[in-house]
Design a protein. Sequence first.
Lengths: 72, 624
Amino acid sequence: MKKNYKIEVDCANCAQKMEDAANKTAGVKNAVVNFMTLKMQVEFEDGANVKEVMPRVLESCKKIEPDCEIYF
Amino acid sequence: MNRKQRKNLIRIITASILMIFLQFVEVEGAARFVLYMLPYLIVGYDILIKAAKGIKNLQPLDENFLMALATVGVWALAIYSGSGDYTEAVAVMLFYQVGEWFENFAVGRSRKNISDLMDIRPDYANVENLGKLEQIDPSEIEIGTTIIIQPGEKIPIDGVIIEGNSILNTSALTGESLPRNVSTGDEVISGCININGVLKVQTTKLFEDSTASKILDLVENASSRKSKSENFITKFARIYTPAVVGSAAALAIIPSIVTGDFETWLYRALIFLVISCPCALVISIPLTFFAGLGGASRAGVLVKGSNFLETLSKVRTVVMDKTGTLTRGIFEVDAVHPISTNCISENPTEARQLLHYSAHVEKYSTHPIAASLRKAYPNENDGCTVENVEELAGLGIRAEVNGNVIHVGNEKLMEKIGAAWKPCTKIGTIIHVAVNGEYAGHIIVADKLKPHSKKAIEKLYEIGVNRIVMLTGDIKKVAEKIAGDLGIKEFYSGLLPAQKVEHLEKILAEKSFAVAFVGDGINDAPVLARADIGIAMGAMGADAAIEAADVVLMDDDPLKIYTAIRIAKKTLSIVKENIYFAIGIKFLCLILGAVGVANMWFAIFADVGVMVIAVLNALRALRI
């Protein structure tokens, strides 16, 4: 399952780091951050609960980039 | 400018004014330290806070942390050496923030520009309710609803006009500036702007299946498919920062121990930290692609991803379908040869008579050739009597017009009725006509070339395509003529769709550069999918084309193939410029810093300057 989220982040490198962090989060199969459109596309693993995974994604992103935001 | 940008700009200006002021004030000792600390904190407090968070989260390579470390290091050196030169530390922080601000502003601006450019999303649809117009969210409109489009409004949903005439501006969709006339019965596509008349339209699709929604979806997701250049930069950035920080550490420790000159080498190491942020690269490459994709869609070329833009720039072989791509795919009367003219000149009166008869005979036929004959004789309904129409399968049609027996059909029909038919020198489909059993002449019906086909082929050769191949299901004679007219040296005729794939595979096996296939997307989906890059023409309404291809040309103009490749090439050359330029300057700076030629000022100017130039260069991709 793939979902798109609006994000907020200030610099391109930080967006890249968010992508890395999201990809390392449990339950995420693949994540792509598009800095230009400020969107994050998350592909979830089969059977993953989106409502549980997304807060974890945000948490790991906040860790590397305190200034970021994901709207879900 | 948003609130955050305004706030940061005020911080930068305040700090700058303070710094200028401080240049004229002579204070020493602790007072001096405090006075200089003031602009430093004003402009850099958020960096310091983020740096602290970075340490807490065990992210030592965070650029805020590195920048904080570099400036604090310069402060420490100034205090340690007793020079009291705090300007440098403040300036580094100040310029770093100027760079960040510019990056933020430029990206925000171009993000807005590009999205405005692709702004075809309709906000509402007008529905008549009890004699009053109501504005309704288009996603709530069901198929078959009648909607009203007033002058100046966007068509929200695809549909058919049931009442009204108008002129439509399709430029947001096709890049074509020439407006299109529409009237009752015509199909209209969402995203076009209604210029002057009120239109009543019956919707044929849901909002989310309408052209505008599909295209927006496609464009918005396009830059998520990352190109090789982008992946390279990502990988580079991952190695670059740790490598530079590592060398900075080595530079601070090893030569200091060897030479004992701890101050000089620590200073040089701090220069490294200032240059360690890969931002110029990481921002400019995706920005260039984004601008390129935006510029392309403004020109009516939809590219489904940065990766496809990259492949498109490497295209050296273009394989093309004939019907619908190079030719219009609509039959038209090419020439009329009454028996008396002997296929050389035309005799207008007799030619008219020939068309007159055939148009009458074909009155009730739905065959595309019949349609072309009727089109060539527009005043068909002129009171002549047409009786006893008889379709002769595989031969033609027989009918009585004003009492004369007319046969219209192929050679076999002529032979069957014993009319002495003559072959024609022209190439195309030949329609023979006999009046009362006597051969009267023939009409040549042919598929016409599109007006820009020849120019498109010339331009493609000009831009570096070195092999153009035409594949067609049509007969050899016709293919030969079309290829000859257009200057295409290589063609294969009489192909079934599966054979087109085989031919393409052969070409793919021979090539060393990318191969593009251009088709109208209706019956050549497998070929489109098989090519390195599939280009579909005429997306206006054809869902199959949007689905199957990597690049979608919004209208039928073959010149757009050239436009697409040109934009791709330009974008990729900007990408390369930015990669070489940014990496080059950074490495130069590192070397000069290590040997002591460059100072902190040089480093921060290089860092910010490279970013500014790379961003400005990236935005060139928008103007094609």
